[in-house]
Design a protein around this ligand. Structure first.
Ligand code: ADP
Ligand code: MG
Length: 700
């Protein structure tokens, strides 16, 4: 299909590959539509009869649009999605075929899924894993570059015994938990109209682009997603000329294609811009309910990579592709809204009188402080370790930015002081012809890991390549717990306003320490946070341990989001993934050192030797001595790295392995890199075996 070129095309294009509500309404018999809607909205069980009718309508629509196959699309505990394609064909007695798709095939699948990580939940000899249709997220068609069209059915993935083997199942459970508890709160506050509370998310996705030719020359990018070597280019991001800069034509063409592909699948790609680092960009969609936003974010990541290839580019989603310049994150904008359009985190123009906003926000403050360790755990990965705490990303310390106006209100209530309306204030621009800009209740704070931004919280620690499911499972569940306690108090209270004031005072006295409006990047904050007793967990291995504390087990079990066994299996898998990723980096570094760098430097030294034989020059002598010393040092470090990676791999438990990689291999990678990068500065361009940072970052 051609690209959308004008707004009418866009309106027609948007969602054209989605079996959305409008289509269901059009194509399903009335009673089928009604019972499906009931399932979607209330979780009522779906009859096989209904499923059969829906499946048939879905198939007809998919065939009309060129599909030959369908797949149960799911999200195993890797950070990517999985799909196994089945064609619609069904042989007939006369040697022909018909195209068939039954309700059973729609509702349930049984992929031979023995190779997905299960963290001990499922031994390979009993590999049964089931996929089940998640009808709350619409089915859609995926088209690939060669014209294949596949009907994708969003599904959950669980074991024979019903344990979650995926990221989606706990997300749906957590949405239910937070809805139930938040409903109790708003009912206690007098709401009689809302039927349900939905958690919503708008994930801003950062990414890098690189020319395919340079990418192919970098085994480290191919194997690890990040450069393990590379001297800093003469110019980095210091001129701040990339952020919001004019978008280059080549990148713009990619973005246009990307938007088109996403719009077809109903992904509401909205904002695109250059990010801070050279060759770094961002895409933000319009927010959606957390399950749909999670599906869509997976599609965004996948489509970025596919579309980039069509433009001779490669999209890098790694959290830190390049040392010395900003890494990529995913700002997870999270909020709660009712089915009838009330945003529970909307302060309105007089937040101090908005008791619902005050109570809900206080509960979130309590939840975040109580379970800061769990939130941190949901962002932990070897890749994100390069980001959290570095000077461009939020630190590993969880704190909340509320802004001065709101902090003032909360602290005043806590002190029992009277809070008066600030009145609407306006920004003075000093130019009369410009419109008056009303001042937001919160200013921006780009350094906070958990910032209130008007009517939502922006959780900024999430890594760019990660699924957003985990962080939102945690946000929903910790909020559910806080709402549960708050609702119980409000339901019993004779004086609801008095109870809210009392609650806020208690929350602020005990959890006010988590509020910090200053610069999170500063050294003083690290000291101050330690004084306040806020955890600062600097590496993924330690952070992940917070998944399996008694506190976490109790929380997730109480709200039926993850059982103790499910939590432990997750911990096991994520820890194992850490170890595996660092091992791949070590193997890649050794490989590059032995096969690329050492031979290149040796041939350079030989050239210098010849040059010295024909004419003694200071430059040749000095360069040879320096290069020889560096390459011998690099060789020694390569051997040490190799030996330590092997030793770590030999340990018996995933946790011991991960710790060994963290404590030995991670720093050895840095040490080896230092020598190789120093050599990069000595060795001539024609001999250096891999593309430079200056090429990869600036030649787009
Ligand atoms: P900024 O970069 O200034 O933080 P963006 O516009 O890039 O803002 O992204 C903000 C994101 O927050 C968007 O995806 C937007 O849809 C989302 N958002 C807005 N309102 C809500 C809400 N109520 N719940 C969840 N996300 C929201
Ligand atoms: Mg943004």
């Amino acid at each position: 299909m051609a690209n959308a070129t004008n707004c009418a095309d866009v309106a027609e294009l948007f969602g054209s590959n989605v079996f959305n509500d409008r289509l269901m309404h059009e194509r399903l018999p009335k009673d089928t539509y009604r019972s499906l809607k009931k399932t979607i909205e209330t979780g009522a069980p779906l009859s096989l009869e209904t499923a059969n009718v829906v499946a048939n309508a879905m198939k007809d629509w998919a065939l009309e649009r060129g599909a030959t196959h369908y797949t149960h699309w799911f999200q195993p505990l890797t950070s990517i999605t999985a799909e196994k394609h089945d064609s619609f064909i069904s042989p007939t007695n006369d040697g022909g075929i018909i195209m068939e798709f039954s309700g059973k095939q729609l509702a349930q699948g049984e992929p031979d899924a023995s190779s997905f990580p299960s963290g001990g939940l499922r031994a390979t000899f009993e590999a049964r894993g089931y996929t089940a249709w998640d009808c709350t997220s619409p089915a859609f068609l995926k088209t690939d570059g060669s014209g294949n069209v596949t009907l994708c059915i969003p599904t959950v993935f669980c074991s024979y015994h019903g344990e979650a083997l995926d990221k989606k199942t706990p997300l749906l459970r957590s949405m239910k938990a937070v809805s139930t508890q938040a409903m109790r709160v708003i009912k206690a506050l007098g709401n009689t109209t809302s039927k349900t509370v939905l958690s919503t998310v708008g994930p801003e996705q950062e990414y890098f682009l690189i020319d395919e030719e340079y990418y192919k020359g970098r085994p480290d990018l191919i194997m690890c997603g990040r450069t393990l070597f590379g001297a800093p280019p003469p110019k980095g991001q210091e001129l701040e000329d990339q952020y919001f800069g004019s978008i280059k034509d080549r990148v713009s063409a990619f973005m246009k294609d990307l938007d088109t592909e996403l719009w077809k699948m109903g992904v509401s790609a909205k904002t695109k811009h250059n990010e801070v680092a050279p060759a770094q960009f961002e895409l933000a969609p319009v927010f959606a309910t957390t399950n749909i936003a999670t599906d869509h974010n997976q599609l965004v990541m996948e489509t970025m990579q596919k579309v980039a290839i069509r433009h001779g580019l490669v999209c890098l989603l790694h959290e830190k592709p390049y040392a010395g310049i900003n890494g990529s994150g995913k700002h997870n904008n999270w909020s709660l809204g009712t089915d009838d359009g009330i945003n529970l985190l909307e302060p309105g123009s007089t937040p101090h009188e908005n008791s619902q906003f005050l109570a809900v926000t206080a509960a979130v403050i309590k939840a975040v402080d109580t379970h800061a360790d769990i939130l941190r755990a949901t962002t932990a990965s070897s890749a994100n370790d390069h980001r959290l705490g570095a000077n461009e990303a939020p630190p590993a310390i969880i704190s909340i930015f509320l802004g001065d106006t709101l902090s003032d209100i909360f602290f005043k209530i806590a002190r029992g002081e009277k809070v008066t309306a600030g009145g609407k204030t306006f920004v003075t621009i000093g130019v009369d012809t410009l419109p008056q800009l009303p001042k937001d209740n919160t200013d921006r704070n780009r350094t906070s890991p958990f910032a209130f931004t008007g009517n939502k919280f922006e959780f900024r620690m999430v890594g760019s390549s990660a699924s957003i499911a985990g962080p939102n499972v945690a946000l929903n569940t910790i909020a559910a717990e806080a709402f549960d306690e708050l609702a119980t108090r409000l339901e019993k209270a004779k004086d609801v306003s008095g109870e809210i004031a009392k609650y806020i005072k208690e929350v602020m006295d005990k959890h006010g320490r988590v509020i910090f409006n200053g610069n999170n990047y500063s050294e003083e904050w690290v000291t101050e946070a330690a004084k306040r007793g806020l955890p600062n967990v600097r590496n993924a291995v330690d952070a992940l341990a917070s998944y399996v504390t008694p506190k976490a087990e109790k929380l997730f079990e109480k709200y039926s989001v993850l059982s103790k066994t499910e939590l432990h299996s997750r911990y096991e898998i994520y820890t194992e993934q850490y170890a595996k990723h660092i091992n791949i980096e070590a193997q890649t570094a050794v490989f590059m050192s032995r096969r690329l760098y050492i031979p290149a430097v040796l041939s350079f030294i030989a050239e210098l030797q010849e040059s010295i034989a024909s004419a003694k020059t200071v430059v040749a002598e000095e360069t040879r001595t320096a290069a020889a010393a560096l390459i011998d040092a690099a060789y020694a470090k390569t051997k040490k790295l190799e030996a330590n990676a092997l030793a770590a791999k030999g340990l018996s438990s995933a946790v011991d392995q991960a710790k060994a990689y963290r404590d030995t291999v991670v720093s050895m990678l840095v040490e080896l890199r230092a020598d190789i990068d120093a050599l990069e500065r000595l060795v001539p361009q024609g001999i250096w075996p891999v593309p430079y940072y200056s090429d990869m970052l600036f030649d787009l």
